[in-house]
Design a protein around this ligand. Structure first.
Ligand code: ADP
Ligand code: MG
Length: 238
């Protein structure tokens, strides 16, 4: 079980209010996509779920436990960033195993988890390479592998495909979907790309200017957009 509840979450940077009371319920195994124009507060919200940003007010709970104030490492989540944040001096295998090593896992356990994740992602032939010797798509897979080895309750993705070219983006969308179907993990995924949202999500949260415009399945939102913004953003007939 891995549910996430976001309750009346607000965020201000000084006097500047960025999020104005966000409520989202995420079910176990659900693939939820936060979508909206640049600057609407998607990354800030995701970073608050991850514990990388303080919560001004409201609560974030994972499996019914309020996590406000908990360190990222105590939240049982793994985050995949837009820039991948790989360690350049480490091999692919070392990048993938590093978090486990820090957590004090034994060498055999690390190897078996890294090998398993590499198998899932087709990274076996690349385990001894350094990030500089990989393509963009391969780096993206390593970043996902690093998250998978930790077997987190919740995966957080922040625009993971935005540095890839259009063709690779289409391929990686399908890979991430397949990964979700295989691992059945709860995913919160941020993008400003409506096609990504419409093709990948179980549930879409449409945001604008620090609030939620509408939450629903891709079909709900396409057939019954609540307002012109949602209709225009998702490209449905308003
Ligand atoms: P998105 O991910 O939807 O593009 P962000 O969550 O990154 O949006 O940013 C939302 C708003 O908060 C933007 O106006 C941004 O400039 C502002 N913001 C984000 N982080 C900070 C910060 N550390 N200090 C001040 N303002 C910030
Ligand atoms: Mg962002």
């Amino acid at each position: 079980m891995s549910t996430v509840q976001i309750r009346d979450v607000r965020k201000s940077f000084g006097a500047y209010a960025v999020l104005h009371g966000i409520d989202i319920d995420i079910a176990d195994g659900e693939f939820v996509i936060l979508v909206g124009p640049s600057g609407c507060g998607k990354s800030t919200l995701l970073r608050m779920v991850a514990g990388l940003e303080s919560i001004t007010s409201g609560t974030v709970s994972i499996d019914g436990r309020v996590v406000n104030g908990l360190e990222p490492k105590d939240r049982d989540i793994a985050m995949v960033f837009q820039n991948y944040a790989l360690y350049p001096q480490m091999t692919v295998a070392q990048n993938m195993g590093f978090a486990l090593e820090l957590a004090g896992a034994k060498r055999e356990e690390i190897k078996s988890k890294v090998d398993k994740a590499a198998g899932i992602l087709g990274l076996e032939p690349l385990l001894q390479r350094k990030p500089a010797q990989l393509s963009g798509g391969q780096r993206q897979r390593v970043a996902m592998g690093r998250a998978i080895v930790r077997d987190p309750k919740v995966f957080l993705f922040d625009e993971p495909l935005s540095n890839l070219d259009a063709k690779l983006r289409v391929k990686m969308r399908a890979e991430i979907k397949a990964l979700h179907q295989r691992l059945k993990t709860t995913i919160i995924y941020v993008t400003h790309d409506q096609i990504e949202a419409m093709t990948m999500a179980d549930k879409i949260v449409v945001m604008q200017g620090g609030h939620i415009e509408q939450i629903g399945s891709p079909l709900d939102l396409y057939d019954n957009p609540r307002n012109v913004f949602v209709a225009g953003f998702l490209g449905s007939p308003a």
